[in-house]
Design a protein around this ligand. Structure first.
Ligand code: NAD
Length: 319
């Protein structure tokens, strides 16, 4: 990996991944891809090249690959679960037609491709506890439908055309740097903002609803390590379960309350998000990722809670 195009570089994962890649590969071109209306700003714009890269525009993608001799594409363009339910046709267009454009450009020009899947690729019939790597995937949301199809299409391009496609199924990601973009696990970030601001948190997810979550630095580590893994050792490709922590609203609330005793939370369950959350795994089995490319998370639940509170206290004091 030397010259990389990050599509969706201004999103929650893209902005931090682009900066991490620029640190790891200072001699390469790490291009921040963006769409109009979501242009990069600040350090993301100043620390390297940026290009308009709409996944629905194959010509635009091919020109960037040629200009910067791109060898790896991180495709982070997507509408997340709650947004995709409101705009299912647009979600299909970005997630599927966009992916097809990327895979075709990569087939022609020899790029490796990372397109993340998600815990959203599972459905109500999936075993929820220790969800296996290879299991039933019958999601009911448009987000989930596109994630399963992404896994299949990416594997197809590897098997049929030899395109080096690899990916991981991200859990809900928790970061103090960027706000989440409209997913079902957003509450796990928003709860920290409320706690640190001294506000009551209104929780849209019901008590007892467990979901897999992960601190952002571990997600970025996984995104880099899977693309650098020895291909000879990969039995799977699209897409690996990766797990780190699993909790419900009560558990994260009490962990925060231990540190901020005045913190209050009440429930106003959002039926759309709750139905999606109910259909997702409580905790994935990530042994294939551990065995095939050495996956191991670094940040525990308790560490994550400490890091988030400290980082948001600093951030909110500054603004
Ligand atoms: P996000 O909503 O924060 O960012 C999405 C990015 O896609 C934005 O920068 C947006 O400008 C860009 N985009 C939208 N339409 C586009 C188009 N037509 N062409 C190019 N770019 C376009 O999302 P995120 O949280 O950074 O997620 C990135 C990927 O990771 C997605 O595939 C998502 O499904 C997956 N994922 C995220 C999480 C999470 O918790 N954040 C969990 C599981 C999987």
């Amino acid at each position: 990996m030397k010259n990389v195009l990050v599509i969706g570089s201004t999103g929650q994962i893209g902005s931090e991944l682009t900066m991490k890649l620029r640190g790891l590969y200072p001699d390469g071109n790490i291009v921040a891809g963006f769409i109009r209306g979501a242009e990069p700003k600040g350090v993301l714009l100043e620390s390297g090249p940026a290009e308009e890269a709409d996944v629905r525009n194959a010509g635009q993608l091919a020109a960037i690959v040629d200009k910067y001799k791109i060898d790896t594409i991180y495709n982070l363009a997507a509408l997340l679960s709650a947004v995709a339910e409101k705009k299912p046709l647009l979600a299909w267009d970005i997630q599927m037609n966009g992916l097809l454009n990327i895979l075709e450009v990569s087939r022609e020009k020899g790029c490796a491709v990372f397109t993340p899947s998600s815990i959203g690729s599972f459905g109500p019939d999936t075993p929820h506890v220790n969800t296996p790597q290879d299991t039933i995937q019958r999601p009911k949301s448009m987000y989930g439908v596109t994630k399963v199809a992404t896994e299949l299409l990416s594997d197809y391009y590897h098997l049929k055309f030899g395109v080096d496609t690899r990916s991981v199924r991200f859990p809900g990601l928790i970061s103090s740097v960027t706000l989440p973009g409209g997913g079902t696990t957003d509450y796990a970030v928003e709860i920290f903002y409320a706690a640190v601001k001294g506000e009551e948190f209104v929780c849209p997810i019901a008590p007892g609803t467990f979901m897999d979550m992960m601190y952002m630095s571990d997600a970025l580590k996984a995104a880099v390590e899977i693309m650098e893994a020895d291909p000879a050792k990969l039995i799977h490709r699209n897409s690996f379960n990766i797990a780190s922590m699993s909790f419900d609203p009560e558990i994260i609330y009490s962990a925060i309350k231990k540190r901020i005793p005045d913190f209050k939370m009440r429930y106003e369950v959002d039926p759309v998000r709750e139905a999606i959350a109910q259909s997702w795994p409580d905790k994935m089995d990530d042994s294939c990722a551990r065995n095939e490319w050495g996956w191991k998370p670094d940040v525990s639940f308790e560490q994550m809670v400490d890091i988030m509170i400290e980082a948001l206290r600093k951030k909110l004091n500054q603004s």
